[in-house]
Design a protein around this ligand. Structure first.
Ligand code: ADP
Ligand code: MG
Length: 729
């Protein structure tokens, strides 16, 4: 048997880092070189148009269609100077990637020639033949067409020879078919609601911004090794593979020196990211071998989401130039730490105040407590939804598997903040209200030490942790579009802040002074949302039981978790904040269930093929060798001696027979189970069948394959092993 494995291992071992030319310019000089940012707008747009664009970007002013032609002309001039020939509307369909359709700038000039053309009409809106994108039936039932519409709040940028225009993607009947449209609505809802609440503390604030700082984890695998693993290639994860004898036990990879081939990749990636205006800042090794992390400086949430989508596609492209493949799957290797995408989230004012950062005065601290407690309320009331927002067939491998965050959403606040909340909750009404009477300037809220900002007090097991001036939502998957989590979180917080304002205004109308009204309501909230606060070990068995007692969502089945999107309180929340309506939620859930089914279906097929084409033939070949050897023993040794000498052989022959028999039987059973599941018409039920009946079979089969890997002659094994995939770079 020719063995590709040894060839690719050998080649990977000797690969040298790709030379990345050292740029003479400093990052500050090439930052956003390929972005039509304010500086370029100023240069390429007439001053009135520029002023209008800034108003649109900064204040969400409505875009005046009449300026679109002038904006398009300026963009085109810049783009053509940069050597650009095509443009595309760039959008985020409900699959995990981005979509684009490139058109050239050329039009007939009417005299038999061509001219470069790009009108405002083409910039602002385009019909899209996107019927192949998942849409949960919305477009089929209503209108056959959808269209993409320019999002002027995220700047256009250049990739290769193409001008990319960030757009939303919607049906002609108005329903969102993407992530960006509901995200923009959720951001509008939360920033408005937060502004209203902020006005209790500082009426001069004009604008609130929702921020996101993501941390992207990923694996790098040598391209040759990757190509020799059909499971990685087709499903993004290894469906088999015994753990290497050395994994991450020594924790020597985390913060260790970055290997040189990887360092070259990172350098290349960082330069290109900065050129695209993505403010990348941090890079380091992660816990697992060949696992790394990248994080930018946080940005306005919509822009941060676009930048994350863009960086994922950059990573895929640049990795290949360095002879790597980047694995964004949440769990490419069993028994090895998975990859997440921590979403650091906060709200801030246009004046630079972070609403969830403690201040120096009692009043600032009341503002701080107000926003923290309202966030906790939102997370408490919608904990099931938040879990649904990060759930997927791939992320399911990571959650609840004794690593990363558990499959129950709870919040860790740290000892200091917990004490402050406990104190507020326990003080008597008289205490607080008499103090509050003095215009709230001497509130019974202890000065919160600056130390809190230092966030040394950490709990790695918490899925939603307070980290000094923000919350860190750690459950999102490495491959996911951050928008999914950000839509749910921002919308839920918006709903909560609206309720809070109503509660306060009611008390004020009844004659309660503002500050004491706020304190009363906050105290009530602190009591109410207490079940979401958990500072202990999120991986423990006791927590699962405790969380169930507290009424938190403890469901672990991915397709069932999606039900959270259709609960009455979820629909009410999304509809009241104007983010999505019932029809959109139903359609999107259909897409989620369908995608879940497809992912498991593909894995089952790939595993079936690998078993029949790689595993079983190799097992039989080795078994035959052993049988042959046993026969020959008999020929040269006396019977009794031969029996003794071949005892080990015979044991292995039997073992192989048992494993292969089991595997073949299970693969057949899996095919049957798939046939049964495929006959189910209802998408949710089908997904549940795939989850309950087929996904577990993948694990069962794998168990036996991994046992065979340990027994069979290494020289005969055709698929690169974990020790090769994970340790060669
Ligand atoms: P960690 O220690 O968790 O790895 P880092 O210091 O690397 O965290 O930063 C994580 C991310 O949090 C970065 O993207 C950073 O810009 C972002 N971040 C910091 N402050 C805020 C904030 N107030 N709001 C949102 N994101 C923030
Ligand atoms: Mg972090």
């Amino acid at each position: 048997m020719s063995n590709l494995r040894f060839k690719v291992v050998e080649e990977a071992f000797h690969k040298k880092p790709v030379d990345v030319p050292h740029l003479q310019e400093r990052p500050s000089e090439y930052f956003a070189k390929y972005v039509f940012n304010r500086e370029k707008m100023f240069k390429y747009l007439p001053s009135k148009v520029y002023a209008k664009m800034i108003d649109v970007i900064d204040n969400g002013a409505a875009l005046d269609r009449s300026i679109a032609d002038e904006v398009a002309a300026g963009m085109k001039k810049w783009a053509v100077e940069m050597g650009v020939t095509h443009y595309t509307h760039w959008f985020q369909p409900l699959t995990e990637g981005t979509a684009e359709k490139h058109d050239a700038f050329v039009e007939h000039d009417g005299k038999g020639g061509m001219l470069e053309e790009f009108s405002g009409k083409l910039l602002v809106q385009q019909e899209s033949d996107g019927s192949s994108f998942p849409n949960g039936g919305i477009r089929n039932t209503f209108e056959a067409r959808g269209y993409s519409a320019w999002d002027p709040s995220s700047p256009v940028f250049i990739v290769d020879d193409t001008l990319c225009i960030p757009t939303i993607f919607i049906a002609y009947t108005g329903e969102s078919l993407d992530y960006k449209a509901p995200l923009l609505k959720a951001l509008q809802a939360v920033t408005r609601a937060a502004l209203d609440v902020m006005h209790y503390f500082d009426p001069s604030v004009k604008k609130i911004v929702s921020y996101l700082g993501w941390e992207q984890e990923y694996f790098l695998v040598d391209e040759g090794l990757y190509a020799a693993r059909p499971d990685l290639l087709l499903t993004g994860r290894t469906l088999m593979g015994h753990e290497a004898s050395k994994n991450q036990q020594l924790e020597d990879h985390y913060f260790g020196a970055i290997p040189s081939r990887v360092a070259a990749f990172m350098k290349d990636l960082e330069i290109q990211a900065l050129e695209l205006g993505i403010p990348v800042k941090t890079r380091h090794n992660e816990v697992a071998p060949n696992q790394f992390e990248l994080a930018p400086i946080y940005e306005e949430c919509n822009l941060a989401v676009d930048h994350n989508m863009l960086i994922m596609s950059l990573m895929r492209k640049i990795a290949r130039n360095h002879g790597f493949r980047v694995l964004l799957h949440e769990k490419p290797f069993k028994g090895v730490n998975g990859s997440g995408k921590h979403n650091n989230w906060s709200l801030g004012t246009d004046t630079g105040v972070l609403l969830m950062a403690p201040g120096k005065t009692a009043e600032e601290n009341l503002r701080f407590i107000t926003f923290v407690v309202n966030t906790l309320m939102a997370v408490y009331h919608h904990n099931g939804l938040l879990k649904a927002s990060i759930m997927s067939a791939t992320n399911a491998h990571r959650l609840g598997a004794h690593e990363a965050p558990p499959a129950i959403i709870s919040s860790f606040l740290g000892t200091q903040l917990s004490k402050v909340l406990d104190h507020l909750e326990e003080s008597s009404d008289e205490d607080l209200i008499s103090l509050a009477g003095k215009q709230g300037m001497k509130l019974d809220i202890p000065q919160i030490p600056e130390l809190l900002i230092d966030n040394t007090d950490r709990n790695r097991t918490s899925p939603f942790a307070f980290t000094g001036n923000r919350f860190e939502f750690r459950a999102p998957g490495s491959e996911a579009n951050c928008a999914s989590a950000m839509i749910a979180l921002n919308a839920a917080v918006a709903e909560q802040l609206i309720t809070f304002k109503k509660d306060i205004d009611t008390l004020i109308e009844q004659g309660e002074p503002k500050i004491s009204a706020i304190i009363q309501v906050i105290r009530r909230y602190i009591k109410e949302c207490k079940p979401i606060r958990f500072d202990g070990n999120g991986y423990s068995e006791e927590w699962k039981q405790e969380a169930a007692r507290r009424g938190l969502d403890c469901e672990t089945s991915c397709p069932v978790i999606f039900d959270n999107y259709l609960k009455p309180e979820t629909i009410r929340m999304f509809e009241s904040t104007g983010v999505m309506n019932r029809k959109e939620l139903e359609a999107r859930n259909e897409v989620k269930w369908e995608m879940y089914t497809k992912k498991i279906q593909i894995e089952a097929r790939v595993l079936g093929d690998l078993v029949m084409n790689h595993i079983v033939p190799v097992a039989i070949e080795y078994q035959t060798k052993l049988i042959d050897n046993t026969y020959k023993m008999k020929a040269i040794f006396p019977a009794e001696e031969a029996a003794g000498l071949s005892a080990e052989n015979i044991a292995i022959i039997k073992e192989i027979a048992q494993h292969t028999a089991f595997i073949k039987e299970q693969v057949d059973a899996m095919v049957e189970a798939r046939k049964v599941a495929n006959r189910i018409a209802e998408v949710r039920e089908k997904a549940v069948a795939y989850h309950d009946n087929i996904a577990p079979m993948l694990e069962d089969i794998r168990y036996h394959i991994d046992k065979l890997e340990l027994i069979i002659d290494d020289q005969m094994w055709t698929l690169p092993k974990y020790r090769e995939l994970l340790f060669i770079r």
